[in-house]
Design a protein around this ligand. Structure first.
Ligand SMILES: NC(=O)c1ccc[n+]([C@@H]2O[C@H](COP(=O)([O-])OP(=O)(O)OC[C@H]3O[C@@H](n4cnc5c(N)ncnc54)[C@H](O)[C@@H]3O)[C@@H](O)[C@H]2O)c1
Length: 336
């Protein structure tokens, strides 16, 4: 059986979910962690009984490391992923793939050139409800998809934005509610509905302008190549973190995702799937698919299979976001 030694860059909020998931896998060793904040790196190294570094380039020199997880602020994803692949490591990078599609294209190019796998962490695709939606839509049992609507209404306040200097900035976060919070839902929409034809949207800063320079609220009309229309709304200005709501309206069924998935077929049949079925950890409103995604990443590294959420897959949600920013300025549809 293949054994993989893993290095994790970034020991902040999300990193514990990666480290716990890695520690639970029999064929994987959490070998080293890295953070520019030495106290965070040392704390994680003590907890997971591994080495630590404060300079990721030093960590990349260690030839016994097979793969790198990137859990750092958005603007660092592209340079860190590229450096890792050039150093001969496979990469599992947190979302978004990068803050510009040019950077993302370069990551894809380097992955192709080096033959190193690149996977982006859109773990919500592994939720029991997402898997079921995809299965129903792909099987044809719901008929043609006619439209979809999606709502992401979460709460991010002054304290959240004060928790990291990179947050709320164009230069380091690359955007607001679109690129950080609701990118998961944009990824799901394009995964469920297929290729995007054109997008027109609006991004605005409604309530959080005292703390951030990026958008806290956005909406978009997404026209898919199959003719279906997607209506999308996202905000960080709500009073709480509500479950993401997605409805997909098809010829023969309506699929409604909120706290769970309800499918109502025209012939009267109904199905209900609860997310608790996944039995994995994580904050409920983020989705709890990290452990499943990470397990699948190493299974595929072992077999040599392609990664399901590679650079090309992850580029689409970034392009959708860039289209919303562009059409906010031009008031025109952005064609894909
Ligand atoms: N998939 C999800 O649902 C999900 C949820 C939360 C966060 N995330 C993503 O995870 C990433 C990190 O988010 P977070 O909330 O953990 O941020 P965070 O600010 O809590 O942690 C980032 C860490 O990176 C470290 N860091 C910064 N520059 C570094 C460098 N040059 N070398 C090494 N370490 C460096 C910081 O010191 C910090 O500890 C982001 O891409 C975010 O969007 C994903």
């Amino acid at each position: 059986m293949n054994k993989f030694n893993v290095g994790v860059i970034g020991c902040g909020n999300i990193s514990g979910i990666h480290m716990d998931a890695l520690s639970a896998l029999p064929d994987v060793t959490l070998y080293a962690v890295c953070d520019i904040d030495e106290s965070k790196a040392a704390k994680a190294a003590e907890k997971y009984n591994c080495k630590y570094y404060t300079d990721y380039r030093e960590m990349l020199k260690d030839s016994s490391i097979d793969s790198i997880h990137i859990c750092t602020p958005h603007y660092l994803h592209a340079p860190m992923a590229i450096d890792s692949m050039l150093a001969g490591k496979h990469v599992l990078c947190e979302k978004p793939i990068a803050i510009t599609s040019e950077d993302a294209q370069e990551m894809i190019r380097v992955s192709g050139e080096t033959g190193k796998k690149l996977e982006i962490c859109f773990q919500n695709r592994y939720n029991a409800t997402s898997v079921k939606i995809k299965e129903i839509l792909d099987s044809g049992s719901a008929g043609r998809i006619l439209g979809a609507k999606a709502f992401v209404t979460w709460k991010r306040d002054k304290d959240y934005y004060a928790s990291g200097a990179w947050r709320g900035t164009w230069e380091q976060e690359g955007g607001g509610v679109l690129i950080n919070q609701s990118i998961h839902t944009l990824d799901l929409l394009q995964w469920f509905l297929g290729d995007v034809d054109k997008i027109k949207g609006n991004a605005d800063t409604r309530l959080l302008g005292d703390y951030i320079e990026v958008e806290d609220t956005a909406e978009a009309t997404i026209v898919f190549k199959n003719g279906a229309t997607g209506l999308f709304y996202a905000t960080n200005c709500y009073a709480t973190d509500s479950p993401v709501e997605i409805e997909i309206f098809c010829e023969k069924a309506v699929l409604k995702l909120s706290d769970g998935l309800n499918v109502t077929y025209k012939d009267g049949r109904t199905e209900h799937i609860t997310e608790a079925d996944t039995k994995t950890g994580g904050k409920a409103y983020w989705g709890s698919g990290h452990a499943a995604l990470i397990k699948d990443f190493y299974r595929r590294l072992g077999t040599g299979e392609d990664m399901p959420i590679d650079g090309f897959q992850a580029l689409t949600s970034l392009k959708m976001i860039e289209a919303v920013y562009k059409s906010t300025k031009t008031r025109e549809y952005v064609k894909f």
